[in-house]
Design a protein around this ligand. Structure first.
Ligand SMILES: [Zn+2]
Ligand SMILES: [Zn+2]
Length: 420
């Protein structure tokens, strides 16, 4: 996720993602695609089968069901939406599983500036169903979606920091339209809580076939973010001590990555006692409630120093300050949670100097998804990475609104929408 003020919509990206108004009538239904792209009701007579254009069937818009927010705070509903046909360098991906992430909630509860109507979702896996002209991907390839595809040309990309790409996707990107003809927006350019998405091919990452979809979906946000924060941003070393504040999907991914990095004291911290068993299963050595005894409990487990690394996985000033106080002199605080722009963090000037702590953020795990998602997918395939503990349950798309309610109440780890 990115700050909208710092990440303007990519200039020059428009021609790659036309909203395609009025294209429907002009695009004949492709033969043999009935299940995935039903012709609009009553429009069949107007859409003859593709006339002979060599062996290339004409690409047509598709109508799919998607989870849509019509406004900030509005009730979420599964609606039919019209996606444009994939243009040059674009692909359509049939979604198999999509996680419900806290950033989606931030889109609808006003924490982030979003445009509506908005298709939610940015953490998903699926299969390439159709490729636009010039795409090198093959239909049938299993993929994970990437919500921050790098341009590979800007100053940051060229210096090897693609997660800071200047061409970063805006929080909401216009594409397609609702069934009643209103221009639609997609969360982080994906809108993955849907039966299908149409995205630039650089936003998809091929993975091996046969991975459990409800686990593979998490590679695209929670797991890449959590693992990357530990490996790439903080570079946790064997024997170090770690505290993780906030035990949602990302926090639990951080815990398990810290365990795999060889940290020996791994303190899981949350306001909800209900997270205790999940935290211990994910790799924590201790679960601590975030109450007024927290500092004392942490110091009791770190020879009175505080931890080497604290990870803030909530995105609030209060928890960033809490993470700061739990960290030893010379230690590091890594902010993984994405907060609101008016939530100000206050630290004492003398404290900053005397504590010699480092405060930094981890954007998308300081990772290159094109390189690191395939590594994580291979680990998932060979059993080195087991994400079952992160998946609290799978539900059909129709139950996605209820999954958002559970997320808002802080229940479970990750709720994953599965589609067949
Ligand atoms: Zn996310
Ligand atoms: Zn770039």
């Amino acid at each position: 996720m990115t700050d909208p003020e710092l990440s303007p919509a990519a200039p020059g990206r428009a021609e790659l993602s036309p909203a395609a108004p009025g294209r429907a009538e002009l695009s004949p239904a492709a033969p043999g695609r009935a299940e995935l792209s039903p012709a609009a009701p009553g429009r069949a007579e107007l859409s003859p089968a593709a006339p002979g254009r060599g062996t290339e069937p004409a690409l047509a818009p598709v109508i799919v069901r998607a989870l849509v927010a019509r406004g900030s705070g509005a009730e979420l509903r599964v609606e039919r939406v019209r996606l444009p046909a994939p243009g040059p360098g674009e692909v359509r991906v049939t979604i198999r599983a999509a996680g419900v992430c806290h950033s989606d909630l931030s889109m609808v509860n006003g924490t982030l500036a979003a445009r509506f109507p908005l298709v939610l979702g940015h953490e998903a896996t699926g299969v390439v169903a159709e490729v636009g002209p010039g795409s090198e991907l093959t239909v049938g390839t299993p993929v994970v979606l990437n919500w921050a595809p790098a341009c590979r040309a800007c100053w940051w990309c060229r210096r090897g920091e693609p997660w800071l790409c200047a061409d970063t996707t805006a929080p909401t990107v216009p594409r397609g339209e609702t069934d009643d003809g209103v221009p639609l927006h997609l969360t982080l350019g994906l809108g993955a809580l849907a039966e299908a998405v149409v995205v630039p091919e650089r936003a998809v990452i091929p993975i091996p076939a046969g991975l459990p979809p409800e686990q593979a979906a998490l590679l695209g946000c929670a797991v890449l973010t959590g693992v990357g924060a530990v490996r790439n941003t903080a570079r946790v070393a064997p024997g170090e001590s770690v505290a993780v504040v906030g035990l949602g999907g990302v926090g639990l991914a951080v815990l398990s990555a810290a365990r795999r990095a060889g940290a020996t004291t791994i303190l899981a911290i949350d306001v909800a006692e209900a997270k205790r068993d999940l935290a211990l299963a994910a790799g924590a050595t201790d679960f601590l409630l975030s109450d007024d005894r927290l500092s004392k409990e942490v110091r009791a487990r770190t020879e009175s120093r505080g931890v080497d690394h604290a990870f803030e996985c909530v995105g609030r000033a209060a928890t960033i300050r809490a993470a700061w106080r739990l960290t030893r002199r010379g230690g590091a605080v890594t902010v993984v949670g994405m907060g609101a722009k008016d939530d100000m963090v206050s630290l004492g000037a003398l404290d900053i100097f005397h504590s010699a702590r480092t405060l930094r953020s981890s954007v998308y795990g300081s990772s290159d998804p094109d390189r690191e998602v395939p590594v994580l997918a291979a680990e998932l395939a060979d059993g080195a990475l087991d994400l079952r503990v992160l998946v609290s349950g799978t539900v059909p798309l129709d139950e996605a609104p209820a999954a958002f309610d559970r997320l808002a109440r802080g229940e479970g780890a990750r709720w994953v929408i599965t589609l067949d």
